[in-house]
Ligand binder design. Sequence first.
Ligand SMILES: [Zn+2]
Length: 258
Amino acid sequence: MGATTSFCRLRRVCLTLVITAILLAGLSGVARAGCKPAELVVAIDAGHGPKSPGATSASGQPEYAFNKRLAAAVKDALIQAGFAKAFLIDPVGKDLPPASRAARANAAKAGLLISIHHDSAQPQFFTTAVIDGTTRRVCDRFAGYGVFYSGRNKQAASSLELAKAIGRELAASGLPFSPHHAADIPGEGRPIVDPIAGVYRYDGLAVLHAANMPAVLVEAGVIVNPAEEHALATEARQTQTARAIARAVSAWCRERGK
Ligand SMILES: [Zn+2]
């Protein structure tokens, strides 16, 4: 009798635990279903600014000009994909420090942040070339994109998933990943966490770790490489990159909504 009673009690306890687990799973499903494109606020950052423009391209153009054009294209592609609340953190160009950009995204209650940059290389890899009659410092050794996430971001796991989704879409669109930031030399040494998608971990990026939401930084291509600069300046390449990012955000959002 006693054994039967405790068995029944045990069964009741087990049943209660199972029901509780089902209810909790259901509730978490409801909570995660919040990622709806029309409601998700996507903050887009054009890296650097007019006064501190970042790298200088092979032909002498400021990185910020590339970032600004591509950030606008990313915003357009996201809006076309249904992310009506996508916005540029600083459409004017006020040379905000990286943490202030994250603070603006936090204030706007953004659900994710994408920082757009164009890449350079360490000084020892540069040579000189005459471009349009002017001698320039160039580097044709590296070409391709790279996606960064910070392990110090408050939502590092989601940031990494987003970084992988963006890298996968960029690769699927035919663009190469440039692994040159992983080199064991001063100024580099960033670990590659996904060599197929082309994702680095870089905890020190303030625009990423000061953000409350999942955040990634995209180096869209190497502008100190003359051939890649030429490609990056075309509307076709900007659209290709922007649409790949928008597809990745859609996929990431769908996955979170499950
Ligand atoms: Zn930059």
